[in-house]
Write a protein that binds this ligand. Structure first.
Ligand code: 8YV
Length: 324
């Protein structure tokens, strides 16, 4: 008897074919009101769920009494109540490794684009405003040799440190739960307290997960520790930052600029004050968004889901206490 799987993220034809071979599949085409109603109707029969970018809270999952496994097409798992899932022995999996390099590339794209004002100057050319050799009013800041500060030294943080150290000759200071000697050896990195990093880094980069502990971690006090030439980069989660404090720090030039791929609420409202500031580069949560990487993530999620539904431990199990 094929298991009942509900997808709330479209998959490639080859992955859809693979799923159809081994499961009865219901596809929720979009997460608009109609799609969410269709999802709620499908949950009572769902044994497996696969998707991303949707908060699956207890209120919703109480509608799914037969649910055995959720495969998230993401590395971040802040959309899930892990204690609830573990209590119900629902196996949650994610897709950690396949997106590391792509997301770190995005981090460096934001570092370079923000420091060298690439978006602003490219728009100037496109708008026919390049009428003479550019001067100091349009100069950016160097990246090579500057101090790279990384808050959260997980897979993505390490990949960012690799790029900074080997690619741009940047001294690396990092802050995480505990020192990581291997990282310090590989990238000549040094561990610092959060305050030391904020005071010393030329680029302050957030690469840590959103948890109860990290929510609101970077607020007015933290921005006040940074220097006027500091550039702030966020490729983690928007809610790790007090966005109102960020807007104030940027408006008052407490910091030089910000490169942001994530926001407190997404999609970012077009009337957000962030979009009125000329020292902000804002991108649409594109961290892992390449053809290759999103296909690899989806493939990993399908592997995780089919394993769980076949009674095997998924390779990327987030809540091992549910496995017993
Ligand atoms: C996207 C991410 O949200 O993996 C994560 O945690 O934030 C991004 O990769 C996700 O891939 C959406 O499918």
């Amino acid at each position: 008897m094929k298991k009942q799987v509900v997808l709330y993220k479209k998959l490639s034809p080859s992955l859809m074919a693979r799923l159809h071979e081994q499961a009865e599949v219901t596809l929720i085409e979009s997460l608009d009101a109609q799609g969410l109603a269709k999802l709620r109707d499908a949950l009572p029969r769902a044994q497996g769920l696969l998707g991303a970018s949707l908060k699956l809270d207890a209120e919703l999952l109480d509608l799914a009494p037969n649910l055995e496994a959720i495969a998230s097409v993401s590395v971040g798992v802040d959309n899930y109540d892990i204690d609830y899932l573990t209590e119900r022995r629902i196996l949650l999996s994610n897709t950690p490794d396949v997106l590391t390099e792509t997301t770190a590339d995005t981090g460096f794209a934001l570092i370079l684009a923000t420091a060298r004002r690439v978006v602003e100057l490219a728009n100037m050319v496109r708008d026919g405003q390049w009428t003479r050799n550019i001067g100091p009013a349009h100069f950016g800041s160097d990246v090579h040799g500057k101090t790279l500060g990384i808050i959260g030294m997980g897979r993505i943080g390490e990949a960012l440190a690799q790029r900074g150290h080997f690619g741009f000759g940047m001294p690396v200071i990092y802050h995480s739960h505990s020192p990581k000697p291997a990282v310090e050896q590989r990238f000549n990195a040094r561990y610092g307290s959060l305050d030391e990093l904020l005071q010393q880094a030329d680029f302050v980069c957030l690469t840590l997960p959103l948890t109860a502990e990290t929510e609101g971690l970077i607020g007015a006090r933290q921005f006040a520790l940074m220097r006027p030439e500091t550039i702030f980069i966020n490729i983690s989660r928007g809610k790790v930052v007090d966005e109102a404090a960020l807007i104030q720090a940027l408006s008052e030039r407490q910091i030089r600029a910000a490169g942001l791929d994530v926001f407190e609420r997404e999609p970012l409202n077009h009337d957000s004050p962030l979009l009125q500031l000329d020292n902000v580069v804002a991108t649409p949560h594109m961290g892992s968004a390449t053809h290759e990487t999103r296909e690899a993530m989806a493939r990993c999620a399908v592997d995780n889901l089919l394993a769980a539904l076949a009674g095997q431990r998924p390779a990327n199990l987030v809540n091992p206490l549910a496995w017993r």
